[in-house]
Write a new protein. Structure first.
Length: 275
């Protein structure tokens, strides 16, 4: 049955264990996107920092690109064209005119290779996970300011990144813009992931009656950092459709937008808000 008739979208979340070698990471992304397309995915979402997980946070500055130009963006456009997919490109570092800082940009490419949307990560991960593990993304990243929901032939897709998942008001605003599918590229730490990852992702799906395609980094990186993994796809009722615990691989599920519309009709929580 044609996708227009039954309103099913096959989506894939790509789990990676990216390192400090840009060329190696891009080759791995290329391999996994091809694998997702072979399994019938029309929407493919890469994880946060898929192109580089350096030994130092500042390493991203060395591979940063200008908007619309550079080897990372060129490859992403080619992959979207080659596999005829909508490709959400995790995050890549894009220069924004601020010395010593870049934007963590999540880009959406259409099957013709054209960029359909750009979302810059709004909430930056400046936290102490433990006495020995702390992060200050604001040292090298400049925060974005604008939520993004884009209309595509697959449905209305919202873009968010990792730490954003802890701020439910962001997603409620996106739901008001008609978001049906949330792409959530992430690189959750092992500690916070074990405690909160699946709960937060599932909560965002249930609250907003949306599908969530949530790829994560999943393993130990050259910097010594360990990421949680458990990339997953969740439906609007909070059911996990597919997941992967650790290591590089592909998570695939069919998103039934017709069923989603029926859930929203029968359970109109988005219309019942009073505050």
């Amino acid at each position: 049955m044609a996708i227009e008739d039954d309103k099913r979208v096959r989506a894939a979340a790509i789990q990676m264990v990216s390192g400090p070698n840009l060329a190696g990471n891009l080759a791995e992304a290329e391999r996994l996107v091809a694998q997702a397309a072979e399994r019938g995915a029309r929407l493919v979402v890469l994880p946060e920092n898929f192109a580089l997980m350096g030994r130092r946070e500042a390493d991203k500055l060395d591979v940063a690109e200008e908007e619309g130009s550079g080897p990372i963006q060129d490859l992403l456009a080619k992959l979207a064209i080659r596999h005829r997919v909508h490709l959400v490109a995790g995050t890549i570092p894009l220069r924004n005119g601020t010395p010593g800082k870049v934007r963590a940009a999540c880009l959406l490419f259409g099957p013709d290779g054209r960029r359909l949307a750009r979302y810059d990560k709004i909430h930056l991960f400046d936290v102490g996970v433990s006495d020995s593990e702390a992060y200050r993304e604001s040292d090298t990243l400049e925060a974005g300011r604008r939520p993004v929901v884009v209309d595509t032939e697959l449905g209305r897709i919202g873009l968010a990144v990792c730490y954003d998942v802890r701020f439910p008001e962001l997603f409620r605003g996106m739901a008001e813009q008609g978001m049906e599918i949330l792409a959530l590229p992430s690189a959750f730490t092992a500690v916070t992931g074990a405690a909160h990852w699946r709960t937060l992702v599932t909560a965002r799906a249930i609250e907003n009656l949306c599908f969530v395609v949530a790829p994560d980094q999943g393993g130990r990186h050259a910097s010594g950092r360990e990421t949680h993994g458990d990339s997953l796809i969740v439906d609007p009722w909070g059911i996990v459709l597919d997941s992967r615990a650790k290591g590089a691989g592909v998570v695939v599920a069919d998103l039934d937008l017709q069923r989603q519309a029926e859930i929203r009709r029968r359970f109109p929580v988005l219309e019942h808000r009073r505050i």
